[in-house]
Design a protein. Structure first.
Lengths: 543, 283
C-alpha cells in the first residue's frame, strides 16, 4: 500500500495542473446546473457558449488527465527509468486507478450528491443508481482512455489514435447512411461488440502492466476494433430484425389492422414546395388503423419500403430505425420513410407496387392514476416533479437519475379554462385524447454528468387528419391519467400497398391534404377519459 | 537475423565484467535481455540465481541498472528524484547517497531535464548505487562523457566493486582496463572471448621477428596468429596464445631461426582493435 501511495503522491505533485483544471471545470459545471434548470440565460454570449461546451471540455480534461497519469510511467519503450526499478505492476496500476477514482470519480460523485440535494431529491436511494452511472463511465471513458494510454508513449500518439478511432466511427456513420438497417439493428450485436471491447481492453491493460508487450497489445487493440467493425458491417441485419420482430402468431397477433388509406394524399399544386433532406425525400404514407384494442400502445421501431417498378426493377429502403408511438383511439397514422431523391424523381409519377414492413413493440397501458392538476406543480410516482410552463404548453419536469419511463399521461384537453391556439381552431382536432408517452424497456439510469434529468411532458392532440400534433395547455383543474405501460411483445407487419404513386405521399409546404375534411369543433373534447375506461364521445370517425 | 547467437558465459560473483564489442555487436541487446527489458527468442539467462524473464518489480531491489539512453523523469529535480526512489529500496543508504551527491557534485534543486548529459548520467548512477545493489549493470556508462566525468564515474564504480558484481558494456577500453577483472568480447552477436583480464592481457602480444634473409608468408599460419605482415627481413603479427617458448618455436619452425624477436605487451584497446579487425575480415 505504501508504494501505491508513494506513486500516487508523486503523480499528484506532477499532474496537479491537469487535476486542478478538471476539478475547476467540474465545479463550474456543477455550479451552473441549478441555473440551467430554470433556463435562465447569461448576458454574456461568450460565457453562454462556454457553458454549453462545459461537458465536452470536462470530458477532454478527464481524457487528458487519464492519459497523462498512465503515461507518467509509460508502458511503451525500453528506455524508461522505472522499468528497472522495484515497481510492482499491480501497485503501479492501483496507484493510477486511485488517482482516477480520487480526482475524477469522487469529485463527480460528490457533485452529483450535492446536485441531488439542491434539487431536493433523495440522496441515499439514488446512490446505487449513481454507482451504476459511474460504472458506465468506467466502461465508456476510463477503460478506452486507459487502453489507449497504455499502448502509446506520449499524448501526441494518444491523440492520433483517438483521431484514428474517430475517423473509423465517421466511416461507420457513412456506412450507416448506405445501410440504415445497421443503425436500427446494432442493438442485436451490441452485447457481442461490448464483450469483445471489454475483453480486449482489459487484456491489453494487464498485458502492458505485467509484461509490457506493446506490439502484441497494439495488435490486440487493432484486431478487436477490426473484429467489431466486421461484426457491424457483416452482421445479417435483416435476419436479426426479422428474428427480433417476428411475424404475428395466434399468441402474438398484430395490434391492429393497418391498411393504406387511398383516399388521402398531399396536394401538389404550383407554389407548394416539398420536403427533402440532402439526397433524400421523406414520404408520409397514410395508414388506416382499425381494431386497435383499448389500452394498447404501439411503438413503431422500424420501417421498410420495398418498391417494384414496372420494368421489374426492385428497390428497398432497408430498415430505418424510428421511434413513433401510436396510442389507442387513433384511427390514422402517417409513418414517414426516406427515399433516394434520384429514384423518387425517376418514378414519382409512375404507379409502382409498394410493400411496407413495420417493426413494432407493443405495450399495454397499466391501471391509470388520476391526478387532478391544481396550482402549477405536479408530482409523479417515482419522485419526478413537474412545473407547469403555460408559455410553452408544457410541463417542465425533473427526476433523479432517469426520466420515468415507460410512462403514459392522458388528459381531457383542451380545457375550457385555457385558450387554444388559432391553428387548432382553424384545423380542428381529431377524436383522440391528449396524450404524452415515453416507451422504453430499459429502466437503468442514463449515462450523464448531472443526476438531475430534465424532461418535458407535452400533452398533444392530433389535428383532424392525425398527421400533426399540437401541444395543449394543461390548466388547473385538469385531470391527468397517468399509467405505466408494460411491454407485451414485438411483432412485424408486412403490408402490401398495391399500386401507388409515390408523389401523392410527398408532403408539401404549406401542407395540404386532399380531400379536405370538415374540422370538428375544438371547443370541447370529443374524447373523454375516465379512471377505469376510456370511451369515445360523439364525433365523426376518420375516413 | 539473430541479434545474439550461441552465447554461453558466467559472470563470477564479485567480478567487474566488461562487455566489449563493435557497434551493433549485440551488447545492449544482451544487457536488455539480462534486465528482462527484451525477451530472448530462445535460451536462458540467469541473473542472481533467477531466470531473467522473471526479473521485475522486487527483483530490482538488488539490481542497479544504468543505461546511456535511459529516460529519467525530466520534470523531477535531482533531489526529488533521489527522494522518490528512496522508499522503493529497503537497503537505501542515505549516507552513501550524500557521499555520491557530493562526489558527483549533483545540483539537487535542478530539474533532470536541465542537466547536461554527464550530470544526468551521474544522477542516474547515484540513484543506482545508493542502495548498495548486489549487481550493478551499466550499458555504455562512459559514452559521450568528458574525461573528468568518466574518471569520477570510474572511481565511484571502483569503490562499489568491493561489495557488488558489476557488469558493464563500454567502448571506453582505457577506462575498463583500469578496473575490469573480466572481459567478454562480443562480435556480430557471437561471443568471441570471455576471460579474466590478466589472462587476456597475458596471452596477447605484438610479435616482431627479424631474419637474416627476406621472408615470404606461407598460407598455413597458426590459428592464433592474426594481422600477419612481412616486410623484407621482418615479420609482424599478433599472437593471441602467447608463451615465449612456444611462440618463438613456432616462428622458427615456419621461417627459420630469427635473428631477433620482440614481444610487446598490448593495451586492451590494441587487443580490441585486433579482434575487431580479425572479426570484420572473417565475416
Amino acid at each position: 500500500m505504501s508504494q501505491v501511495l508513494h506513486i500516487f503522491r508523486k503523480d499528484v505533485r506532477h499532474h496537479w495542473p491537469e487535476i486542478l483544471l478538471s476539478l475547476a471545470l467540474l465545479v463550474t459545471f456543477a455550479a451552473e446546473q441549478p441555473r440551467s434548470w430554470t433556463h435562465e440565460t447569461l448576458d454574456s454570449r461568450f460565457l453562454s457558449a462556454l457553458i454549453n461546451y462545459l461537458p465536452a471540455l470536462l470530458i477532454l480534461s478527464w481524457v487528458f488527465l487519464i492519459i497523462r497519469l498512465v503515461q507518467g510511467e509509460s508502458l511503451v519503450g525500453d528506455r524508461l527509468f522505472w522499468i528497472t526499478r522495484p515497481y510492482e505492476w499491480h501497485k503501479l496500476l492501483a496507484a493510477k486507478l486511485l488517482s482516477v477514482v480520487l480526482f475524477i470519480h469522487l469529485p463527480l460523485f460528490v457533485s452529483q450528491l450535492i446536485l441531488l440535494k439542491i434539487a431536493s431529491f433523495p440522496i441515499l436511494s439514488s446512490i446505487p443508481g449513481l454507482l451504476y452511472i459511474h460504472f458506465l463511465f468506467v466502461l465508456t471513458l476510463l477503460l478506452p482512455c486507459f487502453t489507449i494510454a497504455s499502448v502509446t508513449s506520449g499524448i501526441g500518439q494518444a491523440v492520433l489514435v483517438i483521431l484514428a478511432i474517430l475517423l473509423c466511427l465517421l466511416g461507420l456513420l457513412l456506412l450507416i447512411s448506405i445501410r440504415p438497417d445497421m443503425d436500427f439493428a446494432t442493438d442485436a450485436t451490441d452485447a457481442l461488440q461490448e464483450s469483445i471491447f471489454l475483453l480486449a481492453a482489459l487484456t491489453t491493460i494487464f498485458v502492458q502492466y505485467i509484461y509490457r508487450r506493446t506490439l502484441f497489445s497494439r495488435l490486440l487493440v487493432a484486431g478487436a476494433l477490426a473484429v467489431i467493425g466486421l461484426i457491424i458491417v457483416l452482421a445479417p441485419y435483416s435476419t436479426l430484425i426479422n428474428r427480433e420482430f417476428p411475424l404475428p402468431t395466434q399468441n402474438h397477433p398484430l395490434p391492429a389492422q393497418l391498411t393504406l388509406n387511398r383516399s388521402l394524399s398531399f396536394e401538389h399544386a404550383i407554389g407548394k414546395t416539398s420536403n427533402s433532406y440532402g439526397d433524400e425525400v421523406e414520404l408520409e404514407i397514410p395508414f388506416q388503423l382499425s381494431d386497435l384494442t383499448e389500452k394498447t400502445i404501439v411503438q413503431i421501431r422500424g420501417i421498410k419500403l420495398d418498391v417494384e417498378m414496372p420494368a421489374g426493377e426492385h428497390w428497398t429502403s432497408h430498415w430505418h430505425g424510428v421511434y413513433h408511438t401510436v396510442t389507442y383511439a387513433r384511427t390514422l397514422d402517417w409513418p414517414s420513410i426516406s427515399v433516394k431523391k434520384a429514384l423518387f424523381n425517376r418514378i414519382k409519377n409512375v404507379p409502382v407496387r409498394a410493400h411496407v414492413s413495420l417493426a413494432m413493440n407493443l405495450f399495454r397501458a397499466g391501471a391509470a392514476t388520476e391526478i387532478r392538476f391544481t396550482g402549477d406543480r405536479l408530482n409523479l410516482a417515482g419522485g419526478a416533479r413537474c412545473l407547469n410552463d403555460l408559455s410553452q404548453n408544457s410541463l417542465h419536469c425533473f427526476s433523479a437519475l432517469k426520466e420515468p419511463e415507460p410512462l403514459l399521461v392522458m388528459a381531457n384537453l383542451p380545457n375550457s379554462s385555457c385558450s387554444v391556439s388559432q391553428e387548432a381552431l382553424v384545423e380542428g382536432l381529431a377524436q383522440t385524447p391528449a396524450s404524452y408517452s415515453v416507451l422504453s424497456t430499459d429502466t437503468s439510469p442514463d449515462l450523464a454528468f448531472s443526476p438531475i434529468k430534465e424532461f418535458g411532458i407535452d400533452l398533444t392532440r392530433y389535428f383532424v387528419f392525425e398527421d400533426r400534433q399540437i401541444r395543449l395547455p394543461v390548466c388547473p383543474g385538469t385531470s391527468l391519467f397517468v399509467s405505466k405501460p408494460q411491454f407485451l411483445y414485438s411483432v412485424r407487419d408486412e403490408i402490401d400497398l398495391g399500386d401507388i404513386t409515390l408523389l401523392n405521399y410527398l408532403p408539401t409546404y404549406p401542407r395540404k391534404i386532399v380531400p379536405p375534411r370538415q374540422p370538428l369543433s375544438p371547443g370541447t373534447p370529443s374524447y373523454s377519459l375516465s379512471l377505469n375506461s376510456s370511451r369515445r364521445s360523439s364525433g365523426r370517425g376518420a375516413s | 537475423m539473430r541479434a545474439l547467437d550461441g552465447l554461453d558465459f558466467v559472470v563470477p560473483e564479485g567480478a567487474v565484467q566488461a562487455l566489449v564489442g563493435p557497434n551493433g555487436a549485440g551488447k545492449t541487446t544482451l544487457i536488455k535481455i539480462l534486465m528482462n527489458i527484451f525477451r530472448a527468442s530462445s535460451g536462458t539467462v540467469s541473473v542472481l540465481g533467477a531466470d531473467s524473464t522473471r526479473i521485475s518489480g522486487r527483483a530490482f531491489i538488488s539490481i542497479g541498472y544504468v543505461s546511456e539512453n535511459q529516460q529519467l523523469p525530466p520534470w523531477m529535480r535531482v533531489g526529488a528524484f533521489l527522494s522518490y526512489l528512496r522508499p522503493f529500496y529497503p537497503t537505501w543508504d542515505l549516507q552513501l547517497e550524500g557521499q555520491l551527491v557530493q562526489k558527483f557534485d549533483l545540483p539537487l534543486d535542478r530539474k533532470l531535464k536541465h542537466l547536461s548529459r554527464g550530470m544526468r548520467m551521474k544522477a542516474a548512477l547515484a540513484s543506482a548505487l545508493a542502495f548498495r545493489p548486489k549487481l550493478i549493470v551499466l550499458d555504455e556508462p562512459f559514452s559521450g562523457l568528458d574525461p573528468m566525468v568518466r574518471d569520477e564515474l570510474g572511481n565511484a564504480l571502483l569503490e562499489r566493486a568491493k561489495e557488488s558484481t558489476i557488469f558493464l558494456s563500454s567502448h571506453d577500453l582505457a577506462e575498463i582496463e583500469g578496473f575490469a577483472t573480466h572481459l567478454a568480447y562480443l562480435d556480430s552477436g557471437r561471443l568471441r572471448l570471455s576471460e579474466e583480464m590478466p589472462a587476456l592481457i597475458a596471452r596477447f602480444r605484438e610479435v616482431e621477428a627479424t631474419f637474416d634473409a627476406p621472408i615470404a608468408v606461407p598460407s598455413n599460419l597458426p590459428a592464433n596468429w592474426t594481422q600477419v605482415s612481412s616486410a623484407d627481413h621482418t615479420l609482424r603479427f599478433i599472437e593471441s596464445s602467447f608463451s615465449q617458448e612456444s611462440t618463438t618455436a613456432a616462428v622458427a619452425q615456419l621461417f627459420g631461426p630469427p635473428r631477433g624477436i620482440t614481444f610487446t605487451p598490448m593495451t586492451l584497446r590494441a587487443i580490441f582493435l585486433a579482434l575487431a579487425k580479425t572479426g570484420r575480415r572473417s565475416s
